[in-house]
Design a protein around this ligand. Structure first.
Ligand code: UDP
Ligand code: MG
Length: 240
């Protein structure tokens, strides 16, 4: 991170065609993070939106000096957008959120508090506000994940998470792996806790995924994560 001025908290937000959501989200972030009196930045990554997401974000640059906007030249997918945000971020603590207000920025301070006892905190959507088929699909996916990879994670894919920087630094991501962050961070030797968080209906705009295509792709990705976990190299050594 040389050459970049550090801040205490980075909030990384991937956004693909979220023009109707970004203004409200920015106001929420302002209301929650400014009163903390800790240095922070919101790193929005526009993932090749074809609507006016980028323009909507630009409008806030003047009034919100903590806003950073990273524009990808086309749509690369959610993991890539998050990875680009991680790369650009300067925070000692990194939080992630979706751009559609399904996650509430008001939870961030509580999750950051919890970093006193661990390295990363993952949200667990207890009162999930998505269609029933999506909720069932997630439950099955988490069950299969736990069974196949020996994990005990209740909601691996919840976007609301906070990390100490070390959890993320040097982590190589592949498309789809944003759904497996608790496992990937644990594999690196860090302690991850799960905590119940609120969840809301999508504010505006549309989900970028269908139930079936996501389920199939997530299953293929799960097999990759399972393999990685099995073959993970982790050791203690000393030089004499
Ligand atoms: N997203 C993205 N690139 C994509 C698809 C999604 O940056 O190719 C962003 C999207 O704008 C949102 C987040 O990733 O901020 C989660 O997407 P979405 O809300 O569609 O997923 P869901 O909540 O339905 O699982
Ligand atoms: Mg969403």
């Amino acid at each position: 991170m040389t050459g970049k001025q550090a801040v205490e908290i980075s909030v990384v937000i991937p956004a693909y065609n979220e023009e109707q959501n970004v203004t409200a989200l920015l106001e929420r972030i302002k209301d929650v993070l400014e009163p903390l009196e800790r240095s922070f930045e919101a790193v929005f990554v526009d993932d090749g939106s074809t609507d006016n997401t980028l323009e909507a974000l630009q409008e806030h640059k003047q009034s919100k000096p903590w806003l950073r906007v990273i524009a990808l030249d086309r749509n690369y997918g959610q993991t890539c957008a998050i990875a680009a945000g991680f790369e650009a971020s300067r925070g000692a603590i990194i939080a992630t959120l979706d751009a559609d207000l399904q996650n509430d920025p008001a939870e961030i301070p509580r999750l950051i508090e919890m970093l006193n006892g661990c390295d990363a905190v993952a949200g667990w959507r207890v009162n999930r506000q998505d269609p029933w088929l999506r909720r069932v699909a997630t439950r099955v996916a988490n069950g299969v994940l736990n069974k196949l990879s020996g994990e005990s994670i209740r909601d691996s894919a919840c976007s609301l998470k906070v990390y100490k920087r070390a959890c993320i630094e040097g982590l190589t991501l592949y498309e789809g792996l944003h759904r497996f962050m608790p496992t990937l961070v644990r594999m690196r030797g860090f302690k991850v806790m799960e905590v119940p968080v609120s969840h809301h209906r999508r504010n505006a705009g549309k989900t970028k995924y269908g139930v079936w295509n996501r389920m199939f792709r997530a299953f293929v990705d799960l097999l990759a994560v399972r393999w990685m976990k099995k073959r993970n190299i982790s050791y203690h050594a000393r030089e004499l």
